[in-house]
Design a protein around this ligand. Structure first.
Ligand code: G3P
Ligand code: MG
Length: 359
């Protein structure tokens, strides 16, 4: 109608684009900002510190709840980051609640994998560290390890730990989750093989393999060390190849994280929520209804061609990929197998490019 068109013409231009930033190798290296990444992010807020451009972090990393990661990132980067702006590799695990909410599940990885799962609502989530401690001699190498792990007896328990109200030595594990990069690969491979080959109860025999979920499948990623470090995908290969060598049927598993297209679909819907919270959000009902249903462009800023760029390419319209030279990728020209729409040196350059392009 004329009324709607009039609104369209008179309404201020709202951002019809959103941004997904990879973290490791783009924003941070270890815990240090790369270049002046905080300055690049500050450009996405207005003078009063309110979000101007909808953006989120889309990382394959994790190990702590999104709320804690948001607080940590806010502190490291000096801008206010809301928990909904943090999408980690394990974030989609919460979608498995319907099936596993009241089942015994084991979670492993650096950080606090069981806390992550409990916060998602899994009622019987236990860390692999703690799980292993209930089975005497399950890890024959533990006497040689100089670090300490959680002990099963109540006396040795940290008073803040909750004592499980279920008997992990008689109940079957229904699913195992690799939430973040495993710390003790040898022990984890041993105990996961036990769980997976025994129908969820180490020492037993069963044909049924419990579900096995990985938060991501990055072979390598950029950390503090000059060359790339082995990631969760490397651990998956190790577990899978050992499991398949000792078991008659191959490992069945599901990997989440980028480059899966559904991760980008989910990011799009989170960005849509964020769009309605930006300082430019138009309160005019007609205009909002007409324009808020889709983005014209969504930018993925990443350092890993086979993860970030491959994912954005597979996700298709409206994704536009920008590859930085601050992490896994260091090439002069574009990547051959997974060329990005744009290659830049740093995230600051990426933000400058997007703001220019969006006028
Ligand atoms: O362990 C983290 C790594 O796998 C990737 O993190 O932020 O580059 O997706 P990111
Ligand atoms: Mg990265």
């Amino acid at each position: 109608s004329y009324r709607v068109l009039a609104h369209l013409h008179s309404a201020p231009k709202r951002p019809s684009f959103g941004i997904a930033f990879d973290i490791d190798g783009v924003i941070l290296r270890g815990r240090s900002p790369i270049g002046d990444s905080p300055k690049a992010l500050r450009r996405l807020y207005d003078d009063s510190g309110s979000l101007k451009i909808p953006y989120l972090f889309l990382t394959n990393g994790g190990g702590i709840p999104e709320s804690r990661r948001a607080a940590e990132l806010s502190q490291l980067l000096g801008v206010h980051i809301d928990p909904i702006q943090v999408v980690q590799g394990h974030s989609p695990f919460k979608n498995l609640l319907a099936r596993l909410e009241n089942e015994l599940v084991v979670a492993t990885g650096k950080g606090e994998p069981a806390v992550v799962m409990s916060e998602y609502g899994f009622k019987k989530a236990i860390s692999l560290d703690e799980y292993a401690s209930y089975f005497n001699s399950i890890d024959p190498l533990s006497p040689y390890k100089t670090w300490t792990t959680k002990q099963p007896s109540n006396e040795q328990r940290n008073p803040s730990d909750s004592v499980p109200s279920f008997d992990v030595t008689s109940e079957r594990v229904k699913a195992a989750f690799v939430v973040s990069d495993p710390v003790d690969w040898g022990r984890d491979i041993q105990v996961l093989c036990d769980i997976l080959r025994s129908g969820g109860l180490p020492g037993e025999k069963s044909e049924h393999q419990p579900h096995m979920y990985f938060a991501a499948d990055d072979l390598e990623y950029q950390a503090v060390f000059p060359s790339e470090r082995l990631g969760m995908g490397a651990f998956r290969i190790a577990l899978e190849s050992i499991f398949n060598s000792i078991h008659h049927t191959p490992l069945k598993y599901t990997s989440f994280g980028k480059p899966n297209p559904f991760v980008f679909k989910n990011a799009e819907s989170v960005l849509m929520q964020l769009k309605s919270l930006t300082s430019d959000a138009d309160l005019n009902g007609d205009y909002k209804d007409m324009k808020s249903h889709h983005f014209e462009t969504l930018y993925m800023i990443g350092d890993n061609p086979s993860v970030d760029i491959k994912g954005a390419r597979k996700a298709g319209h409206p994704w536009f990929s920008i590859l930085t030279r601050t992490g896994v990728f260091r090439g002069k020209e574009n990547h051959t197998d997974y060329p990005a729409h744009q290659v830049v040196d740093t995230v600051e350059e990426a933000v400058e490019f997007m703001l220019q392009r969006e006028g």
